[in-house]
Design a protein around this ligand. Structure first.
Ligand SMILES: [Fe+2]
Length: 302
């Protein structure tokens, strides 16, 4: 198995109105609130992770505070820390964590200064199942990046990811998981969140979720459709404070025999944006909100 993390355990965001955001992610997006500590609100999916989303009050504009990766065990945390330290990016030593779900890990930044963390032995829920109409876990985080190749290299050479596909401006990165994609790095004119993707159990749940979002005043900004790389189905939305979010399902499961595809392989015929050929182009709003979410500075210490 690849010497890498095995999934995104959680994403931490800073919002102007955490209570409104928590109500949205609970009642409309269908996560479940699982705890509060200090000023943060924690929400889980139906997977075992203690939480997959942490909402903190923002002191500046709404932003992404941190992406937390999970390693299989303490030895993998230490191994990845050695690699990160050798890469000369800001980092702290692995230690026992005083967090709501405990664990052992360390914080660091990527070359662009975005706060990341690797943890193991954190507290999990006893139940773990895929439930209709409810997100199971974070499927992937897609980052807009002015130096996508440099960031891709960091994820590959330091954190053990591999590039499963390169399509258009986007690198699709696989970690120590059969999931085709856990991180996407997108060459773009700004350093912002492209979107945060939540895995639904099936296509039916993506479609029902899209209807529920629409009923609550959150129309589909792009989709539904089926992507090329990863073959997953998608529907994209602007959540509260216009955070770009996705419901996805049916993520392609791959192993090391999967053949890397370059941008020439992943060209769509004219007028087509997905496998089905049913989705309209993304809205102007979807393009705009991809510039909104930067990354909180100086927050890498856990
Ligand atoms: Fe996505």
């Amino acid at each position: 198995m690849r010497q890498s993390v095995r999934c995104i355990r959680s994403v931490e965001i800073d919002m102007a109105d955490p209570e409104r955001a928590a109500a949205f992610y609970r009642d409309v997006w269908h996560l479940t609130e699982t705890g509060r500590r200090d000023e943060a609100i924690y929400l889980r999916g139906t997977g075992r992770s203690h939480h997959i989303l942490a909402i903190h009050p923002s002191r500046g504009p709404a932003s992404v505070r941190r992406v937390v990766f999970e390693a299989a065990d303490r030895a993998m945390v230490d191994r990845l820390h050695d690699k990160v330290a050798a890469a000369s990016v800001p980092s702290e030593a692995p230690h026992k964590l005083d967090r709501i779900d405990g664990g052992y890990g360390f914080g660091f930044t990527d070359p662009a200064g975005r706060a990341l963390a690797v943890v193991a032995e954190a507290q999990n829920h006893a139940d773990d199942s895929r439930v209709a109409d409810r997100p199971y876990k974070i499927a992937h985080v897609n980052l807009n990046d002015t130096h996508a190749e440099k960031t891709r290299d960091f994820f590959v050479e330091t954190l053990g990811f591999r590039t499963a596909d390169h399509a258009g401006t986007q690198y699709f990165l696989q970690c120590a998981s059969p999931d085709h994609t856990t991180m996407v790095i997108n060459q773009a004119p700004h350093m912002t969140l492209n979107h945060l993707s939540f895995e639904m159990p099936d296509l039916e749940s993506v479609m029902r979720g899209a209807g529920r979002m629409r009923d609550h005043g959150y129309p589909v900004e792009w989709g539904p459709g089926r992507h090329g790389p990863g073959n997953n189905v998608f529907s994209y939305f602007a959540g509260t404070e216009e955070m770009p979010i996705e419901y996805t399902s049916e993520v392609l499961q791959i192993d090391d025999s999967y053949p890397f595809g370059d941008p020439d392989k992943w060209k769509w015929p004219p007028g087509r944006l997905d496998h089905w050929g049913v989705t309209p182009p993304h809205t102007q709003r979807w393009k705009r909100i991809q510039t909104l979410y930067g990354f909180a500075p100086d927050a890498y210490r856990l």
